[in-house]
Design a protein around this ligand. Sequence first.
Ligand code: PLP
Length: 290
Amino acid sequence: MTTPVVLLLDPIPADAVGDALAESFRFAGASDPILSAFDAGAGRGDGIFETLGVNDGRARGIDAHLDRFAASATKLDLPQPNLPQWRAAIERVLGELPRTGQASIRLVLTRGNGGTPTCWVTGSIVDGDFPERTTGIRVVTLSRGYANDVGEHAPWLLVGAKTLSYAVNMAALREAKRRGADDAVFVSTDGFALEGPTSSLLLRQGDRIVTPAIQHGILAGTTQADLFDVLTAEGFTCESRRIDTRELLRSDAAWLVSSVRLAAPITAVDGTDVATDPELTARMNAALLG
Ligand code: PLP
């Protein structure tokens, strides 16, 4: 099989085992028509997804991604995914990807058309070497339009779920480019830094590493969690808390981190250069790739 790889999953109950599981996959061609024009995922972005980073044939953080996938399904009142089925699907797609180099795997579950979810997994080779892991990214701060505690008061906004409704996130990236930057950091209306449109925010302040706490309306990042383990083992104190937007300018280093691009050091915020830590960035990316 050549990449990209597409594997369709028959939706099965979350607790189904045995034969139901074994017979629930089908490979498709990359340009096969797998989706109805009436699918809620296509028409309304009503569904959830996950993107996993793959290096040399191994996917990072499968458990963490599956846990977040299940949590997103709960938040959207979608049927619970059968996690052994999705894990087996990831393994099948991994088996079709090259044994060396970087790739990504995406899990998608939509509300489907008429009550049955539509489910698929794709695998794609990642082109290029992500020069921004060393050269860095310039970011602009962009309002998310609500206060940092919105998740507690308006759960229907789904702030902590990884939904297919990413049009706003993509618009923020285009706005960042229009302003001459590479990426964005969303900020709350009450002045707190939240996350990037497709990434989590990490700051170094001396021997402390801080990230916005998830109760403040952001996605729980799997890369951030892995880096907290790595950095705690290095002797850093890692904490999740509210982060005043002004801290972006006065930290010793800042990164946007995510599963495929990994740790991209922030070199400028709203046109002002900020401090970077190239050695620590290199260690973080080596650990994520290792
Ligand atoms: N925040 C948002 C809004 C994202 O879309 C992503 C990833 O796509 C992240 C954070 C980082 O999550 P992860 O590290 O699990 O890739």
